[in-house]
Design a protein around this ligand. Structure first.
Ligand code: NI
Length: 228
């Protein structure tokens, strides 16, 4: 669905900037507690609000790797993510593989997305995730925020099975894991209540990516697939 440019501008103008002071401070010490970061890619989408309801009910935080082209379609959802303590990440404007692009195109993909998110949320994302995890030294050199990959791939986009999503995540998770899921699929969102409940039962704290790395070296042009 394409949003006319004039509507995007209206949404950006009426969007109140989120004061920095409202952003949550790290509440969990991942050096002392078992931590896991749930990450949701490619949204926001039509199931994202339902996911936010589930996360709120469980008092769990997550990180959303957003596509710049989707952000203006769900401005209230982005602001809700921020106000409920979740982290917004940059997943490029429209999900192109960055290793197939020129330097100028890589910058455009990343910067256009950052600007769209900033227009709505009040600040640009401070981490990014390259689509397909595709990167190389040239791409790395152009990205001035940490590049966040994952160590647990639920393959949710492939099997569309909530039980399988939960099983893979629980089989592969360990302290410091980053779990990859996609909130654009209803089956993925359906997996979340049970996944959170079982992770909590195993003693994990559900944190954002920034919280996971809050006491560690976490810098631009470098990739991170789990807490070291
Ligand atoms: Ni993606």
């Amino acid at each position: 669905m394409a949003v006319p440019v004039h509507e995007q501008k209206v949404q950006a103008v009426v969007a109140p900037a989120v004061p920095f002071i409202l952003r949550p401070q790290p509440a969990v010490d991942c050096a002392k507690e078992k931590c896991v970061a749930l990450t949701f890619d490619d949204g926001p989408g039509r199931y994202t609000e339902r996911l936010l309801d589930q996360l709120k009910k469980e008092n769990a935080r997550a990180t959303f790797y957003l596509l710049g082209q989707n952000a203006p379609l769900y401005p209230q959802t982005l602001r809700r993510m921020v106000s409920e303590g979740h982290q917004l990440g940059n997943h490029t404007f429209d999900h192109k593989s960055l290793t197939a692009l020129s330097k100028a195109q890589v910058s455009e993909e990343v910067n256009a997305s950052a600007q769209k998110i900033k227009d709505i949320a009040g600040f640009a994302p401070d981490t990014m995730r390259p689509p397909y995890g595709a990167r190389n030294p040239e791409v790395d050199s152009l990205i001035n925020v940490p590049m966040v990959l994952w160590d647990v791939d639920t393959l949710d986009w492939k099997h569309h099975d909530p039980k399988q999503t939960v099983k893979i995540a629980l089989d592969e998770v360990s302290d410091g894991s980053i779990i990859l899921m996609h909130d654009i699929h209803e089956s993925s969102v359906k997996a979340v209540p049970q996944l959170i409940s079982k992770l909590k039962h195993k003693g994990y704290k559900l944190v954002t990516v920034n919280e996971l790395f809050s006491d560690q070296d976490f810098v631009g042009s470098k990739t991170y697939a789990r807490r070291a």
